[in-house]
Design a protein around this ligand. Structure first.
Ligand code: F6R
Length: 357
């Protein structure tokens, strides 16, 4: 039920702080410690490489997941688009472990990969919102998102829940491996929930920015580096699929190698700045677009903010910044689509669950 909300998408954006808190409860043991089925942990520890397989927004969650897994578990991880992997399978390691990320658990592109990895006898985990879904039933293990039904075609709360589950899994494996002495994710994801809440409570400001930056443009860019690049890809997908503005998510440093030719007077370019080591570089790249007429916006994290930044998100563990920086981009997409008079929840040409290859 969407209650007083005009669209499910806005309701689902607003639910994200609660989804984070619920996840923390669901993944806690009786001593209040984050926990994951030991068999999953053991299988991951035995593997020499992790292959994340997903499509669309879930693929973008996988890109963030790779960084979380590698930094906390030191297990090399690859992320693949399912429709490519199934038919152009890369050379596999000796002991691969497959992680399928799928909100619906029904995506045909991902399932055809699972059928193949099952035939090869490789262990697999599905991270999904739907218990009993096809991918969940056909893989060895399942971790549930516990996000509640996601009705809007544009995925929001599933994306953040997928990242949070991968963060919890990574920390539990990292502790098991002796790489992490004392876990902080329980605390850090709690902080994330508060940060998300602060942003959704201030949504009028984002509505104004959407009107100012995106009301008449036909194209737009999101740029960032590292984690911010992964969020730029997701932000761009979200904006294009419901506003129909042609949007690209770009590695900030890569723009100058060709794509900057597309920047014209008034082209919106939105930079994500949450990673200290590359913040200055990303700002420099944004300035290059501004010098060519771009209408620039900065979404930065508290501590890295500078005067004039349009959106400053609260400070969180940098490993988890995607969970927070994505929220203003979801709201920008929502309001842009709303102001253009589109059916926000049911964008043209799209279905919630893609059951054909
Ligand atoms: C975008 C979106 C899609 C899905 C993709 C995979 O907002 O929702 O890109 O993420 O179709 O779907 P699942 O996660 O159900 O496998």
């Amino acid at each position: 039920e969407k209650g007083t909300y005009p669209y499910y998408m806005l309701k689902e954006i607003d639910e994200q702080p609660a989804v984070m808190r619920k996840l923390l409860l669901k993944y806690q043991d009786e001593n209040g410690k984050l926990t994951v089925d030991q068999e999953i942990v053991d299988t991951m520890l035995e593997s020499d490489r992790i292959y994340i397989i997903a499509a669309g927004t879930s693929y973008h969650a996988g890109l963030v997941g790779k960084q979380l897994i590698e930094s906390m578990t030191h297990i090399p991880t690859e992320v693949h688009v399912s429709s490519e992997f199934g038919y152009h399978t890369p050379l596999l390691s000796e002991k691969p472990f497959f992680i399928f990320i799928s909100q619906s658990g029904e995506t045909a592109d991902s399932r055809q990969v699972l059928v193949k990895t099952n035939a090869l006898g490789h262990p697999s985990l599905t991270v999904t919102n739907v218990s009993g879904s096809t991918l969940s039933r056909e893989s060895n293990f399942t971790l549930l998102l516990n996000a509640g039904p996601e009705i809007a075609v544009a995925s929001t709360k599933a994306y953040t829940a997928q990242i949070a589950v991968l963060a919890i899994l990574s920390e539990v494996v990292g502790i098991s491996k002796g790489l992490i002495k004392k876990g902080t994710m329980l605390h850090d994801i709690g902080i994330v929930a508060n940060a998300m809440q602060a942003i959704v409570d201030d949504k009028e400001k984002i509505e104004e920015l959407a009107a100012d930056y995106l009301s008449i443009s036909r194209n737009a860019f999101y740029i960032g580096r590292g984690m911010d690049y992964h969020v730029a890809l997701e932000a761009a997908l979200k904006l294009k699929e419901i506003s129909y503005i042609q949007t690209e998510g770009f590695a900030a440093g890569e723009l100058k190698h060709g794509t900057i030719a597309l920047i014209e007077e008034g082209t919106p370019v939105i930079a994500l700045v949450t990673e200290k080591g590359v913040a200055g570089h990303t700002r420099g790249n944004l300035q290059e677009t501004q010098a060519r007429g771009a209408h620039t916006m900065v979404i930065s994290m508290d501590g890295l903010n500078r005067p004039g930044d349009q959106i400053v998100i609260p400070h969180v563990n940098p490993l988890l910044s995607a969970l927070v920086s994505v929220i203003p981009t979801q709201l920008l997409s929502y309001y842009c689509s709303l102001h253009r008079g589109n059916d926000v929840d049911k964008p043209r040409n799209l279905a919630k669950s893609v059951t054909v290859e």
